[in-house]
Design a protein around this ligand. Sequence first.
Ligand code: BTN
Length: 323
Amino acid sequence: MFDMMLVRTLADGAFHSGEALGERYALSRAAVWNRVRALQQAGIPVHAVRGKGYRIPGGLDLLDAAVIQALLPPGHGLPGELQILAVTDSTNERAMEALRRGSGIGNVVFAEQQTAGRGRRGRAWVSPFAANIYMSLSREFSGGLAALDGLSLAVGVAVCDAIADLRLPGAGLKWPNDIVAGAQKLGGVLIEVSGEVSGTCGAVIGIGLNVDMSREQTAGIDQPWTDLRALGLPGGQRNRVAALLLGRVLSALDVFAQHGLGAFLERWRSLDAIRGMSVEVLLGADRITGISEGVDEGGRLVVMTDSGRQVFHGGEVSLRRSA
Ligand code: BTN
């Protein structure tokens, strides 16, 4: 059984004896041990030292809904509920489930850990406990699916703006919405839609942002990655990161709903990490190479190839080593 109360106690990084924990939670020492094992199985490094008890070396920087709300920049009233889950399959799935039930618009879901975190293009999103930000918001848009074109680019800008608020240099965007630092991935955006092709549709906007991951936690990641810690973020800042990110995304969604992608293009272009570089676009079975010329007014990627200029609406872009 995953015991979040026990996690909160151990989050201070100090030793807690099995006896003291047992008394505190009215459990036998064997039951305490079983719960510690469940935490270890979830990847939380709880150490047991004979004669001293249990501890999580270095402690944990847990999310706290009240702290996030207090740190939200002024003018960003939450449109719905803010929920922090300890462990869930995917915050996008939780938000989507609420949409399917006909509720949840305006809600925000964070999780400390995702067991089936989803990335773009069917990839898994590695989501270790209390290490990063995993956040999903639900929002309604009128104008059908077409009105959502470009939304993921706008959200990518909002994520970079939040990183700039933290005074961390070096974050940029790789089309369409990878948040990168150099050639390493720092975060990503996954938007899933439910509803009408025309008319009102509900969108779940999911954001993963790497904050502070240890090497052991990253075994499943199949691409170069980095985190905010490596960019210079001090420890103990996850709630601040969460609040700044949420504030930036909420206001970007309002601006997008009113003005569309046009309001974000200049900023997107200033953050473009691959413009002028030699790229390969993977589109189904096709690989197209050329020089990236950035995005057009519709947010599509423009690439100068040997056979002329091509515009991509979808596809996976990677950098080629030689220009
Ligand atoms: C990408 O592949 O670049 C997109 C990654 C999106 C990950 C986030 S984490 C919160 C939300 N829940 C998910 O299952 N996925 C998104």
